[in-house]
Ligand binder design. Sequence first.
Ligand SMILES: CC/C=C\C/C=C\CCC/C=C/CC(=O)SCCNC(=O)CCNC(=O)[C@H](O)C(C)(C)COP(=O)(O)OP(=O)(O)OC[C@H]1O[C@@H](n2cnc3c(N)ncnc32)[C@H](O)[C@@H]1OP(=O)(O)O
Length: 277
Amino acid sequence: MFVLRQCLTLGTKSSVRNFAAATNLVNVKINEDTGVVIMELNKPPVNSLNYELLEAMHRTLVKLENERCSGMILTSSSPNTFSAGLDLLEMYKPTVDKARKFWGMLQNTWIKLYSAPYPTVAAINGHSPAGGCLLAMSCEYRIMVPKKKIGLNETQLGIVAPQWFQDCMKNIIGSRQAEKALIAGTLFSSEEAAKIGLIDELATDKEDLMKKAHDFMDEQLGLPPLARSTVKIGFRKDTLNRLINSREVDTKYFIDFIFQPKVQESLEMYLQALKKK
Ligand SMILES: CC/C=C\C/C=C\CCC/C=C/CC(=O)SCCNC(=O)CCNC(=O)[C@H](O)C(C)(C)COP(=O)(O)OP(=O)(O)OC[C@H]1O[C@@H](n2cnc3c(N)ncnc32)[C@H](O)[C@@H]1OP(=O)(O)O
């Protein structure tokens, strides 16, 4: 039986209440029979990743790991969008302290998600540009509804996908395809993404998406967990360590980059264009 609890909840009823009071940016549903968790991003309208949403995700991921959850399906409550990527307002005219804190939380969240020992599936129920694509790529398996867009489109916005975003893409679709997609800032349709292997499966609709996500999870739960996670981390450790060993440098790149007047101009124009739509 599924029990809906808000961020987070493998604990007692009273701890559920405490967490629910803290935030409703992430909904967590646990199948109490299997220990499989559905983490649903819940920041309308488009799940843009601001500090608060990342912090809620990070706190959830820490808890899931400590409580030894058996698997996690990542999806969103939005009808049209999985995640619109990083919240552009976090990068537009922030203070240095705010930008540093934001970037640190993005790094924390990515490290936890990418290194999760339990199986992870992205049930991509809508558009998934830039940081949204990063979240999806950080899961082990990706299933997507038709006729939506996914990719690292940063170049198109006049910004640059950080090295670890690029590494994730390279690890999935290979160096040549990733180089082409990153230089052009390509947003792939779901169907194109399936062709190049950026996503693993297409679903017909949200119901089919969740069914397929559970099917994948059932297969994974049939494998010896320690062997499974050891192989996973073996594949991911170089990519993880590349960031872990250079977090400060990565943060400095981010700060130096976004504070350039040209980058601020691009962000301003892009934000205006989004508002005018
Ligand atoms: C050497 C240099 C090294 C390193 C450099 C370091 C760092 C720099 C790079 C950092 C990396 C950044 C990665 C990112 O994730 S950047 C974010 C990119 N995101 C996008 O391009 C997506 C933009 N959004 C959309 O395309 C659409 O919104 C979307 C297709 C997702 C959904 O469309 P829909 O029609 O359903 O909704 P909209 O009407 O467009 O949007 C609704 C409201 O939401 C606001 N919005 C949308 N996206 C964002 C966002 N990412 N951040 C903040 N706000 C967003 C939009 O403006 C609408 O607002 P209102 O008009 O309702 O107020």
